[in-house]
Design a protein around this ligand. Sequence first.
Ligand code: 26V
Length: 815
Amino acid sequence: MPKTQYTKTALKEAIAGKLQRHFACEVEDATKDQVYEACALVVRDALTEHMIETQNEVERDGERQVHYLCMEFLVGRSLRNNAYNLGMLDALTAALKDMGFEMADIFEEEADPGLGNGGLGRLAACYMDGMATDGVRGTGYSIRYEHGIFKQKIVEGQQVELPDSWLSTGEVWQIPAMDETREVKIGGTVDTYFDDNGKLVVNYHDYTPVLAVPYDMPISGYGTNNIARLRLWKAQSPIALDMKLFSSGEYLKALEKHALAETISMVLYPEDNHREGQSLRLKQQYFLVSATLQDICAKHKAKYGTLENFAHKHVLHINDTHPTLVIPELMRILMDENDMSWEQAWNITSQSVAYTNHTVMPEALECWPVSLVQELMPRIMQIIYEINERFCKELWNYFPNDFQKISKLAIVADDTVRMAHLAIAGSFSINGVSALHSEILKERVFTDFYKIYSSKFCNVTNGIAHRRWLCEANPELAELIESKIGTGYRTHPSELQVLNNYADDKELLDKLGEIKRHNKQRLADYIKEHNGIEVNMDSIFDVQVKRLHEYKRQMLNILHIISLYHKLKDNPDMDFVPRTFIFGSKAAPGYAVAKKTIQLINSISKMIDNDPAVRDKLKVVFLEDYKVSLAEIIMPAAEVSEQISIAGKEASGTGNMKFMMNGALTIGTMDGANVEICEAVGKENIFIFGMETPEAEALAASGSYEPMVIYQNDPVIRRVLDQMIHGFGDGVDYTDIANLLLHGGNGGPADRYMSLKDFASYAEAQERVSQTYRDQDQWNRMALINIANSGRFAADRSIAEYAQNIWRVKTNFAF
Ligand code: 26V
């Protein structure tokens, strides 16, 4: 447990002190943003102290460390989370109250750091929390993007992207470590030759130097002083804008170079599950990798004087293929800078790197043109060629004379570098993020690699930071749980299982329903304020929040909503369980279909809200700017969780876990972690529908799927699509979307993700949802069972599995 106890009086004094010293103001005159900053500084003092202690311990005992490299960390707000973890939340709330402030108002001052797109980035953040709590010596590495994911505004139903500047309130959590600045070299040329002793000499010149300046965010764990450090690299130009250059006519050139270097950490790429091969993105990846490795190697050498024992002391975990260049970069450092042979360097590298795959979407699998890698990092390209050559020789032993197979599996082919192949060749472990996904990797995506390297493949099902998503986001529910099973589940999430004993406790179930209602009210207030829509508190809050992508099938949800609208229009007095469909989603700025889908949701929302015949029973709400802090309001209020991707495409999903933990019931396909959620709660406590993976894959492969036939034979679907062609009364034309479903487009087949195929089964499952909701006792009982069996989806468990099975480092977590 943390050593320090924080009392209200001590905190008041500390906050007042910070206000005085930093803003020269008294408590009475302080603004909310000043108070936020003062609170953050107080909390930060405690964290930095613990961070130094943790670092000293790591230094002293020399145990194996985990370095988690990821282009994204969607950390969410820090103040409440840190106060909770340090056990000072109650004292801080009371201290602020005494000073005339509401804690919630102060939290609202903090901008949400949007250093990620979606699942991948949020997972990385949950894992930092897990590592800190489980006592794993972990450091996360990423880029300190000046602008995170764009802010989304909805203007006349359409998404508009605005720049996000989070640093003004986020900087307080970052401690710069200027003395550990590294230099990354980009571009230029290499000369190699063998010297008199036959040793390869590498000369690298005319490159552009870019400084990588580290900013450290201490990430607290619960009930421990162990701190996981998140090191964010900022790109800075080493070129001082000196006047000498000006006089020699070089000033503008220097200025340009200066600006170019600094653009590297300027903005996060907003694509998700889609690659766009811009050179700036590749520079970002190499910048992260090179700065990180130089950092780790320099410290290692300072301690041990050699890198020979590197693999014993470090694991480099790459989150998706984005940081795969760690493999050739470590090779470069070991060979060019430390005189190691290829074989020795390869042994060390391939025993240090572990790779997690996060998507099977072909358009997200990274490939880079050889010419670009060559231009931006010429020495790295040489090394990749050599890795490829040796790798192909190895493949030859397994597939002799099978040239086709070898070129299919090669790292470099068709003038492109295939990052996943490089990652597989150079790492000792490859894992998927749910049981189903890991099977798909073995059997479909990396089939031949699996034949050769079966022992490298494994699974670690994702998990979420249950303290953030349950204890902090839903304090009333946490209190109820704690009144029955105590607080042990905070560090032993499997103890939530004890709640299964209360499945027939009417009093508890009623209380659960009451708490849900309070949380629904909070969201209803938010909706009223932001959308001007009054929602029916007795309606089912049915939520789909996640990135907008065709494979996630927001479209299936929409088609069903239109069909419900028709049903109600035909029979306005029917006995209908009221529903509020809530969406939250960002679309990649260049993804036209996704943006049009957002517009479609808004058109339908407006049409329904203007129609007195249906609007009390049916509502559609699109919440703009979905982000972590909004999710913290949505999850506790949700009753139905939409997890309706086409089977085989969603690697895991983690929103599904957050909903379940807050007592929402899932309507979902047998995809990603839904399969394990179903197993955990039992088929009777989840609404499963649709094709399973083998069926969906076979149908897609057969080429015989004809949505037009469904359209012709199913009057409900026909009417829905006809309405789409006809429009929703606001003059916006959706024929393009209808055409995409019926005829295909953009080079793709009709209804690529088979929403029409699964429609009937989905509608039937939705009907079961409505009927079940009529019996509130039954509903609450199912909700309780979901909560009780959500412990296995805690990040603490995932981290313990990584630690035990992949990283081979010790953890405090008891399974
Ligand atoms: C790809 C790219 C391509 C280049 C531009 C930027 C960018 C950013 C992200 C990605 C890949 C995204 C992959 C991803 O987020 N996968 C999600 O990972 C979650 C955590 O494992 C998982 O729960 C989701 O199912 C999966 O879609």
